[in-house]
Design a protein around this ligand. Sequence first.
Ligand SMILES: [Zn+2]
Length: 463
Amino acid sequence: MSILIRGGRVITGTDDYVADVLVEGETVTTIGRGLNADADRVIDAAGKYVLPGCIDPHTHLDMPFGGTVTIDDFESGHTSAAFGGTTCHVDFCIQGQGQTFGEALATWHAKADGKALIDYGFHIAVTDLLAGGTLEELASLPEQGITSYKLFMAYKNVLQVDDQTLFQAMQVAAGSGALVMVHAENGDAIDVLVREALARGETAPIHHALTRPPELEGEATNRAIQLARIAGSPLYVVHVTCKEAVEPIARARALGWYVWGETCTQYFFKSIDDLAKPDFEGAKYVYSPPARDASNHAVLWDAVRTDALSAISTDHCAFLWDGQKTLGADDFTKIPNGGPGLEDRLVMIHHFGVNEGRIGLNRMVDLLATQPAKLFGLYPRKGTIAPGADADIVIFDPAKEHTLSAATHHSKADYNLYEGTSVTGAVDVTMVRGNVIVENGELVAEPGVGQFVKRARFGEALA
Ligand SMILES: [Zn+2]
């Protein structure tokens, strides 16, 4: 099967030009003007953008958490992703207490088998460094294409690790070629603040945010940076929300240290005021770290524009408001932490970032596709449009208007964080390795077309 994408505006992390793109099989083979190719199919992309498929480095599909399981599995999550122009993601495989990494990975591979519509990889979330053998097993994971280790500095007594575990994992990563990722909040201090709040009878969703102040994110971010510096491992700080955490990352980057940070779509738009909404509506916005004071929105736009932060993910971790979030109706600590958003990232960042003049088109592609590909061992097979790259392509209509709503999104979540928001710019076609997945507002592929990607080690190219 060959597809000729005719006359679109090809936009990568660095380039912007009008050309034809020829896809043969799973790969982009030729790019040029007026290509005289005898393709099986021609798609007219005049007036449209031809973008590399977006990569989401931070998602939680089919994950047990907070006494329940995230509502989107690999099929509904991937459907949602494909409609939003995301063609590859890296999901968190969570090591259960007492489990080997191999056991955890087998569980996660089984979750995705037969359901995948887009390509996917796994980070390993280290929660329990078992006595004997575990460090060796961790060191061996890059051979299976698991080239990033995630550690939680928060969620005490659930996922949190102590600094010794964090530091040892960093030392392993320094030798094995993995990237260390941290959820940076001081879980011990949060635990004290939470117990004090509950003792005062403060049970509403707003107290989720009030017990997790931005200073505790800033403290943990700086601690992780300094520990990684000593261990000699590269570090990626996930879901950065505030000035207190941007500052130590920006400083480390200015010094040339191997430190990167991401933020997520929702942190540009939501604030602590959303958690104060009445009638338990605030629970829709209970995720960690919490939405901050709205003054941080401009801080984050500046950070992504200046490369203090290098990627935008979604942290898609969807729960039903009615039936799952309500587990915490009488106690904010029992509200499952997480929000939806896998489908909305590209259109929201395009509209509010590019259309409103905060970032350029190349930087948008860089943040949503190229940098995630480079940092997570997917580049240059993914994250750009070039001869030899996977034909993961989004044809994007920059003029088409679209209103975001739970009534029309493809996640199983019963709410949308951006309900009623109108944006200009919409996905027309999503293609994964030359397979058209979404077209004319319809899913046109069968589950199973997505594949596991064995990612390259940190800093190495994926051939
Ligand atoms: Zn997460």
